[in-house]
Ligand binder design. Structure first.
Ligand SMILES: Cc1cc2nc3c(=O)[nH]c(=O)nc-3n(C[C@H](O)[C@H](O)[C@H](O)COP(=O)(O)OP(=O)(O)OC[C@H]3O[C@@H](n4cnc5c(N)ncnc54)[C@H](O)[C@@H]3O)c2cc1C
Length: 488
């Protein structure tokens, strides 16, 4: 049973139905329903492909943006594109339509969808089930319950949710008519502007509206009550320069709405026969435009975890461990990314909004340091390395990984950088490749041996070479002379 029919609920229901389960999805509202969160970066495309729903989304008529234009650290806008040729584009979706596509896709997979029925509570029912009360008191017994109720967090809020004490943000959203757009290929870009007391975020929609959202500190709640929402929204917007420039001839036909955009995570994501997916489990900074992708990704992994718990109970703790660690990593990496981004805006260090948000960097996090080693860097190009050996302290351990529709234990490389184990890099099976490094040493021999392995046939020699370069760069390999390799 799945509670909530947003992107997370529809995705996990679709996947579980595909595994052969009878799935009931109970949704409080009737679709299509309005939802904030329109900007979907191109990182969502692989997930739409995976679910087999990309064509429907592409045919929905949404504007396609090539990147974003931001005033950050300067009043001058800077534009960044998702790809240099500007072909890699995201969607400025109307969420009512996008979410309906996903929900209908779940229906087509056999999911029974009940709309207009709020789930009221979820209670464990013995060891192997849950009882869910919904609608006007009806009950349903299920072997498993997924909480996909987003911010409402029908189960998450009972005792699992942990709100961040600092990133507490209110979003004030207005949909403007007759707004202007940037020229040329950037017409549909996401716009972002920092100002002394917050940020303005804006996207155009194919309906002709422009969403203009202010993100301000939650401590403004009392001022908003005193001034009135619309007055506060308009006054605050006047503090910005770049985004209001697109609103010169525009008007706001309906009053703005307010949303809680504060960050939170969960103490636990799998509890008994209940699992949290999407925003029910954790909420990341809306600036990332990754909330929907993150929700769908958690649902795809979550379906495998539920399937493993139900079909292979002996693997329950490993499946739960994989899911918990993945969700915690998602939250932590987005959190640090946000903190680094806020730290780059140094114009108003004394204003409360920026003071709070710039203090959250972990002590050893260097804002300028790249998080991932550059994939383009190849030490083999600049400084030829002919023979390699694996660092003696490297460990290969059995770790839970996803194999098809189950969580299984498989060898993975464990290092301080990859405490959960590294199995694949750019599609290359790292433990297998390292075993060949241990036996072959000479780079051409390693490449040839790996290419003969069934996993190796999927990768080009250039890809494998690039992965060797990355492992070298990360300190998992070291170069040796040909003589050293023969003496080993
Ligand atoms: C201001 C703001 C801006 C954002 N901008 C972006 C953006 O640009 N791009 C992006 O990717 N993300 C953005 N997000 C985040 C994004 O909207 C969410 O991450 C995404 O909607 C999460 O999907 P979900 O399925 O987990 O939850 P939701 O989409 O919230 O779906 C939850 C569903 O559960 C239903 N429900 C609630 N309670 C119950 C109940 N008791 N019983 C049954 N059903 C229930 C709701 O009606 C809803 O349909 C933004 C969020 C905010 C607040």
């Amino acid at each position: 049973m799945v509670a909530g029919g947003g992107p997370a609920g529809a995705t996990i229901a679709h996947q579980l139905a595909g595994f052969g389960y009878r799935v009931v999805l109970i949704e409080k509202r009737r679709f299509p329903r309005h939802q904030i969160g329109e900007s979907l970066t191109p990182s969502i495309l692989p997930l739409l492909d995976f679910l087999g729903v990309r064509t429907q989304v592409e045919q929905a008529g949404f504007l396609r943006m090539a990147g974003h234009s931001v005033c950050w650290g300067s009043s001058l806008p800077r534009t960044a594109h998702y790809s240099s040729d500007q072909h890699w584009r995201g969607f400025q979706s109307v969420r009512a339509d996008f979410d309906l596509i996903l929900l209908n896709h779940a229906r087509q997979a056999g999911v029974q969808v009940m709309e207009g029925q709020p789930v009221r509570d979820v209670r464990p029912d013995g060891e192997h089930g849950v009882t869910v009360r919904y609608g006007s008191g009806e009950r349903i017994r299920a072997t498993f319950c997924v909480d996909a109720t987003g911010h409402a967090g029908i189960y998450a809020r009972q005792h699992l949710r942990q709100r961040d004490s600092v990133f507490q943000t209110l979003a004030l959203t207005g949909y403007w008519q007759n707004a202007a757009n940037p020229p040329g290929v950037d017409f549909a870009n996401t716009l972002l502007e920092a100002y002394e007391d917050g940020m303005v975020w804006s996207v155009p929609l194919h309906t002709g509206e422009r969403n203009v959202t202010l993100l301000v500190d939650w401590r403004h709640s009392r001022t908003i009550k005193r001034a009135g929402l619309q007055r506060f929204y308009i006054d605050e917007l006047r503090k910005a320069i770049y985004v209001p420039g697109f609103l010169a001839d525009a008007h706001l036909p309906h009053p703005p709405q307010v949303f809680d955009a504060s960050l939170y995570t969960a103490r636990q994501f799998v509890a008994g026969r209940t699992l949290l997916v999407g925003d029910a489990g954790l909420f990341i900074d809306p600036l990332s435009s990754e909330g929907v992708r993150k929700a769908m990704a958690s649902a795809i992994t979550g379906a495998v975890v539920v399937n493993t718990i139900l079909q292979r109970p002996a693997m329950r703790s490993q499946a739960a461990e994989l899911y918990e660690a993945g969700q915690r990593d998602t939250y932590d990496s987005h959190y640090q990314q946000s903190a680094r981004y806020y730290a780059e805006e140094g114009r108003w260090p004394d204003r409360p909004f920026w003071q709070y948000r710039c203090l959250r960097l972990e002590p050893d996090a260097d804002p300028a340091a790249p998080q991932q080693p550059s994939a383009a860097f190849s030490p083999f190009d600049s400084q030829p390395v002919s023979h390699l050996m694996v660092m003696p302290d490297l460990r290969i351990q059995e770790k839970p990984v996803i194999e098809g529709s189950y969580v299984e234990l498989r060898p993975a490389v464990v290092t301080p950088r990859y405490p959960r184990g590294l199995r694949f890099l750019s599609g290359v099976n790292v433990p297998t490749l390292l075993r060949y490094v241990q036996t072959q040493c000479a780079v051409p021999d390693i490449l040839e041996a790996y290419q003969r392995h069934p996993d190796g046939r999927r990768n080009s020699p250039a890809q494998v070479r690039q992965v060797l370069a990355q492992l070298y760069q990360e300190g998992l390999l070291r170069p040796i002379s040909p003589d050293e390799s023969q003496s080993d």
